[in-house]
Design a protein around this ligand. Structure first.
Ligand code: SAM
Length: 249
């Protein structure tokens, strides 16, 4: 059977595409792309005319058997996301799992990923981290979700849309208190790349006065749980202690 290449593409700066990624995209029979328009632009930029197949969360189940059949017939295929690494807050897991289950070779072609890119330059501890992807969109679910990681000692990494950034910062402050350092990594590898750092309150104040800081793409990094002291206590007790610690630092 053929090979399924999982190819990372740039998250802004097209020069970040690796030479190996370029070669693979030019050599495979077809590219399964989450967003054919974006990938078409990338291929145009590279002067590559490989066949594109739309493969996104809405047709994932329907397209998967067809992709697997082509692989089984000996064709090499590439999987790409709209930007960055496929499967990381992007489709592809089902296809990769199914390919592996059928003993089809799956080869990663590494490259850009917004979470790791942000972590590498944020100045927060990087020895241990927890990638969380996108928080839930409703406030009550988001708060419960943050509570679930309140004790994590490693740096937390979240993706968020500019529309919800203020609400999510407010919920982080509400659940974790205002004592943790937060870094907002915005527009990574692009012209307006910015790193803002501060407490939740400081960042909220900054974003409220400067709407430009709310535009574009964002990664939120949150300092991990400062000590292991709270571990083992019930969530209610932990929350009360955190509120007290904020009131009487
Ligand atoms: N698969 C991608 C990756 O490997 O990073 C992530 C895809 S996810 C659908 C899109 C989210 O990633 C954005 O909402 C944002 O949180 C983050 N992101 C992607 N590109 C970014 C960039 N250039 N700067 C900051 N965040 C970015």
């Amino acid at each position: 059977s053929g090979i399924l290449y999982v190819v990372a593409t740039p998250i802004g700066n097209l020069a970040d595409l690796s030479a190996r990624a370029r070669r693979v995209l030019g050599e495979v029979s077809a590219i399964a792309a989450e967003d054919t328009r974006t990938t078409h632009q990338l291929l145009n930029h590279l002067g590559i005319a490989t066949e594109l197949i739309a493969y996104h969360e809405h047709n994932e189940s329907a397209m998967m058997p067809r992709l697997l059949a082509r692989l089984a017939a000996g064709e090499d295929l590439a999987l790409v996301a709209e930007a960055g690494t496929p499967l990381i807050s992007d489709p592809g897991y089902q296809l990769v799992a199914a390919a592996r289950a059928q003993a089809i070779r799956v080869v990663p072609i590494p490259g850009a990923n917004a979470a790791i890119c942000a972590l590498s330059a944020a100045g927060l501890p990087s020895d241990r981290f927890l990638f969380l992807g996108f928080p839930p969109r409703t406030q009550s679910r988001r708060r419960t979700w943050i509570e679930g990681v309140a004790n994590e000692p490693g740096t937390l990494i979240l993706y968020e849309s500019p529309h919800r950034i203020l609400e999510t910062l407010a919920d982080l402050r509400m659940v974790l208190g205002d004592g943790r350092r937060i870094v907002l990594a915005r527009e990574l590898t692009k012209r307006f790349e910015t790193f803002l750092s501060g407490s939740a309150s400081e960042l909220i104040a900054q974003l409220e006065v400067d709407a430009d800081q709310r535009r574009g793409e964002l990664v939120i990094l949150v300092e991990g749980c400062p000590s292991a002291d709270l571990q083992g206590l019930s969530p209610e007790v932990q929350r009360t202690l955190r509120i007290l610690a904020d009131a009487f630092p």
